[in-house]
Design a protein around this ligand. Structure first.
Ligand code: SAH
Ligand code: SF4
Length: 402
């Protein structure tokens, strides 16, 4: 049974919403900044150059090792400095609008950003590990026909801070920061892996995703190693090499079709970057080896891409690429025109893939009862139409004192 916990937590740092208009936060958030960027921010607030570097390391440690949510907790920083920090900066997390827990333990949070837009984040517990599925955009520019997020137009990219905040909120909620007075290493970690598989196409928000993952993987902070971080892309070919070179994370490709006519329909970006080009970029992915394989995701759609012929073609296409194959039973959502392949069809397909040397490739659907499974995420946030925006701005300008 699903337990919707409507906890709409009050966030003291959240911006005020007055008459439906969200005012920008007066103080800048320090969440998501690298240590050099933190030091630069402190210098901007009048802290000396040398001191700012030391304080930046201390704050980084408080934020990402201890999970501090206020400057007051930072007991190795003088009271006067804490007060200065508090006047200039916030450690604002995102607001939790709701938290839902599935019968299988999967948790989904609906989070509200400072401008009122909303995104979803999902935690999937498994024996010995736990994976957080993080969003990179509000909505998506792409329109993959089997994906719920694809029905929501892109509203905007998330900032690095908003991406990192999703990880902090999950750790808060799972209550796994080290206890006060316990050594920082003394932490029961259930959140061990991060996948950029929530809402949005991460390679269309490259810089913010890269900066956020640098913070998440920092060994003096959250310390989730890049081997445990996977970025999934629909196949933005020109960014794939940069992804390996600059982010160095594990790569997953949403393949879903083995012939261009079929993939053009399912993943329309295929018309721009067809299968042959995509696989060429994969063969050249920096750091690729048998120990660091690319995962190819393949959603099982009844009568569309699930024949034995398709399975054989999949194996043929991936020949020579160090690869894992992940067959994903299609997760339905309201209004979809697709159906999930029958179980015996999935088994027959998996059998061909297994016989070609790829182990247990079927991904168990998790959190379907709370629409938290792959491709089911969507928020109510809509991009304001240009005409509506103009009317609002005109009205606001009329009200503004001259
Ligand atoms: N935009 C990125 C990452 C987010 S989607 C991408 O497309 O790769 C994460 C994964 O879920 C992708 O493989 C996506 O194709 C898959 N997916 C989307 N909708 C789905 C659905 N309804 N059922 C199962 N998987 C789905
Ligand atoms: Fe966007 Fe990925 Fe969904 Fe395609 S599958 S619409 S790229 S989120």
């Amino acid at each position: 049974m699903t337990q919707p916990l409507d906890i709409a937590r009050a966030n003291p740092n959240a911006p005020a919403i007055v008459g439906g208009v969200v005012s920008a936060p007066a103080r800048a958030s320090l969440i998501g900044l690298s240590r050099p960027a933190l030091a630069a921010a402190l210098q901007g607030a009048g802290v000396g150059e040398r001191e700012s570097r030391m304080r930046a390391s201390q704050i980084f440690n408080w934020l990402y090792v201890r999970g501090a949510t206020s400057f007051d907790e930072m007991t190795n920083i003088s009271k006067a400095m804490r007060a200065t920090l508090d006047t200039h900066f916030t450690l604002s997390r995102l607001d939790i609008v709701s938290e839902q827990i599935s019968t299988d333990g999967t948790r989904k949070w609906l989070l509200r950003l400072a401008d009122g837009n909303e995104v979803e984040t999902v935690f999937i517990p498994e024996p010995g590990r736990g994976t957080l599925c993080v969003s990179s955009q509000v909505g998506c520019t792409l329109t993959c026909t089997f994906c719920h997020t694809g029905t929501q137009r892109l509203v905007r990219n998330l900032t690095a801070g908003e991406i990192v905040a999703q990880v902090l909120i999950a750790r808060d909620s799972l209550d796994e920061w080290p206890q006060v007075n316990a050594p920082a290493t003394d932490t029961r970690r259930t959140l061990t892996n991060v996948v950029m598989m929530g809402m949005g196409e991460p390679l269309y928000n490259f810089d913010a995703v890269r900066d956020a993952l640098d913070v998440v993987s920092d060994g003096d902070g959250l310390s989730i190693s890049k081997r445990r971080i996977t970025l999934s892309t629909s196949g933005i070919v020109p960014e794939i090499e940069r992804c390996g070179a600059e982010m160095g994370v594990m790569l997953a490709i949403s393949l879903h079709g083995v012939r261009d006519e079929v993939r053009d329909e399912l993943v329309p970006i295929n018309k721009k970057y067809p299968i042959a080009e995509l696989l060429r970029a994969c063969r050249h992915y920096p750091g690729l080896s048998n120990a660091r394989r690319i995962t190819f995701e393949y959603v099982m759609l009844k009568g569309v891409n699930d024949s034995n012929q398709d399975a054989k073609e999949l194996v043929r296409l991936l020949k020579g690429i160090p690869a894992k194959i992940n067959l994903i039973p299609f997760n339905p959502w309201p209004g979809t025109r697709y159906e999930c392949s029958d179980w015996d069809r999935i088994e027959a397909f998996a059998d061909i893939v297994n016989k070609a040397g790829y182990a247990s490739p079927v991904r168990t659907p998790r959190g379907r009862d709370i629409l938290a499974a792959c491709g089911q995420l969507k928020s109510e946030s809509e991009k304001e139409r240009a005409s509506v925006r103009m009317a609002r701005l005109r009205a606001e300008n009329q009200d503004a004192p001259i």
